[in-house]
Ligand binder design. Sequence first.
Ligand SMILES: [Zn+2]
Length: 168
Amino acid sequence: MAGVPDAFQRLWTPHRLVYIQTGQQPEEHACPFCRAPEMDDVESLIVARGEHAFVLLNLFPYNSGHLLVCPYRHIATYDEASVEEVAEIGSLTQTAMRVLKSVSKCDGFNLGMNQGRIAGAGIAEHLHQHIVPRWALDSNFFPIIAQTKAVPQLLGDVRREIAEAWPA
Ligand SMILES: [Zn+2]
């Protein structure tokens, strides 16, 4: 191996190549649903990881235990999902409902995907399915008059409870 030594150390940063290659920007890393699986479960609020999709707590819950099911792939809408992704989003949703029933004794659920900004998607560029547990007396006047949601349990505690109840 040939080379001319100099006074500099080298910090090899091949991951920065995307910054200098034209037309390729690492913009997926600005996406919280792409970033989450790269972090540990506690930090990212992930409760379960599948092969094609994962489940995490919504940082902005409508209710305690509000979960999101996301494919790992950065796709915007449900019609872009593969057969495998659709199947696993479905099975993770079922498991999430069973777990929420057992840990939080909820009375019902709202499930839904907002597709596109116009339809109310907060992060429109990465598909996510909401799973919102509901209780008979969970609605109060806060969201109506003060745009404030009362959420009675801390996210870290909820995450641990759901993750521990998730079947292996
Ligand atoms: Zn993404």
